[in-house]
Write a protein that binds this ligand. Structure first.
Ligand SMILES: Cc1cc2nc3c(=O)[nH]c(=O)nc-3n(C[C@H](O)[C@H](O)[C@H](O)COP(=O)(O)OP(=O)(O)OC[C@H]3O[C@@H](n4cnc5c(N)ncnc54)[C@H](O)[C@@H]3O)c2cc1C
Length: 385
């Protein structure tokens, strides 16, 4: 399959690295709800998390397609890239909108693994999906901005040195668009925690280091503003599109893992004196999941190619995320059905992957919001909000 031959060497290297973190490793992390530090360190040391950083700043300067190949392989091996994928998609904002001084200051340290940029803070409890209604404020005070407000479901903040933060710098409605008046800041977590920033972990259905953030007079140097004040939404869109494409690639990896597990199990498990996979009632749903996965993979590849060519990619990034997250969910459901009762037993890992992949129909953007984007932007149907 063409998608499997792209970035072949990278895929092989990642598969080899992932083999050192077998199913028991992920099962234990999941049961103890701990961050997979060893895995993230190994991926960092192998240079996988700095593939998008240009060579001039110490990275390997590869396209988004290469980052997709890495995350897809992590998931196809049974692992979970959610512990570290943000280091890739935050580059969409920092590389395209950061100043030269910011890039010189942070990128080489991120590329070497000395600094981690693993947190991206947008969602708030009261605004939900409507980002234009965020209430976290950044008010200029001399050569600093002072930040007050709350964020929710901000992942990996306890495992990151830096965080990209979206906050309002002027009131909603004061610009031409509702999304005007927001700005992006690079927050140094090492200075911020317990010094204007409080972090509260949120327990979730899967092992995902997500947190609530409380800002109370946090002072951020004005030089940490990324891009132009008030244009933050525009700056994070590049990060958000990259995020959707990368997460879609993870879903493709999950879907392929489910299809492989289901196929192997269906061929091995004997009931009524024959492999269950001989029954077309077992076989066909697996074949359908495979077809759905490979169709979604084509859209992920198309979206990554457009992103890498600097073309508008909003619709394709959304379509890729919707198709891939639905393919991985359908493959997971088929896998559980194929495993019967064993699909629910932790030692087979199917139930863990099933919980993990469910997230991607909700985050980073929910399916309804994607459908709304396509209906109103591409098909020009009337907007309901
Ligand atoms: C584990 C986890 C990790 C996360 N990590 C991060 C992170 O690192 N950074 C970050 O910023 N955010 C993060 N998020 C937040 C995530 O992006 C949001 O949960 C998601 O965007 C949905 O927002 P919400 O939960 O507020 O849902 P809501 O906006 O309250 O929506 C709830 C439901 O209503 C539907 N809905 C809402 N409005 C409409 C409409 N007009 N038409 C049709 N349906 C509608 C939605 O589709 C959704 O199904 C994370 C979330 C989770 C669960």
């Amino acid at each position: 399959m063409a998608s499997e031959v792209t970035f072949k060497e990278i895929r092989e290297a990642v598969a080899k690295l992932c083999a050192e973190f077998p199913a028991d490793y992920w099962r234990q992390c999941d049961a103890a709800r701990v961050y997979p530090v060893e895995f993230v360190d190994a991926l960092t040391a192998a240079g996988c998390l700095s593939v998008l950083i240009p060579e001039a700043y110490g990275g390997s300067g590869l396209p988004l397609g290469a980052a997709c190949a890495i995350l897809e392989e992590v998931h196809a091996s049974g692992g979970n890239g959610a512990a570290c994928h943000a280091q890739m998609y935050t580059m969409g904002t920092l590389l395209r909108h950061g100043s030269e001084a910011q890039k010189q200051r942070y990128l080489p340290a991120i590329a070497s693994g000395e600094l981690r940029l693993q947190a991206f803070a947008v969602t708030e409890p009261d605004s939900g999906t409507d980002t234009s209604r965020i209430r976290t404020r950044a008010v200029r005070d001399g050569d600093h901005y002072v930040i007050d407000g709350k964020k929710v479901f901000i992942s990996r903040t306890e495992h990151s040195d830096l965080m990209l933060l979206l906050a309002r710098t002027s009131e909603r409605g004061s610009g031409d668009k509702h999304t005007d008046g927001m700005s992006v800041f690079l927050v140094d977590m090492r200075d911020a925690v317990d010094n204007g920033l409080g972090i509260q972990p949120i327990e979730t259905m899967m092992n995902h280091a997500t947190t609530e953030l409380f800002f109370d007079g946090l002072r951020v140097p004005a030089e940490n503003l990324i891009g132009e004040e008030g244009q933050g939404f525009h700056c994070i869109l590049d990060g958000m599109n990259a995020e959707r494409i990368l997460i879609a690639a993870e879903c493709i990896g999950d879907a392929r893992w489910f299809v492989e597990q289901a196929t192997n199990y269906a061929c091995e498990r004997r009931v009524f004196d024959r492999p269950i996979g001989e029954n077309q009632g077992v076989q066909f749903p697996i074949a359908r999941a495979h077809i759905q996965t490979e169709a979604a993979a084509l859209m992920v590849r198309e979206a990554a190619a457009l992103y890498d060519a600097g073309q508008p990619v909003g619709s394709e990034a959304n379509m890729a995320k919707l198709l891939a997250s639905e393919a991985s969910w359908a493959a997971g459901d088929t896998c559980i059905q194929t495993f019967g009762g064993y699909g629910f037993a932790a030692e087979y890992d199917v139930e863990r992957k099933f919980r993990e992949t469910r997230l991607y129909q909700v985050a980073p953007v929910s399916t309804n919001l994607i459908l709304s984007h396509i209906a109103t932007r591409d098909l020009k149907m009337p907007r309901s909000f």
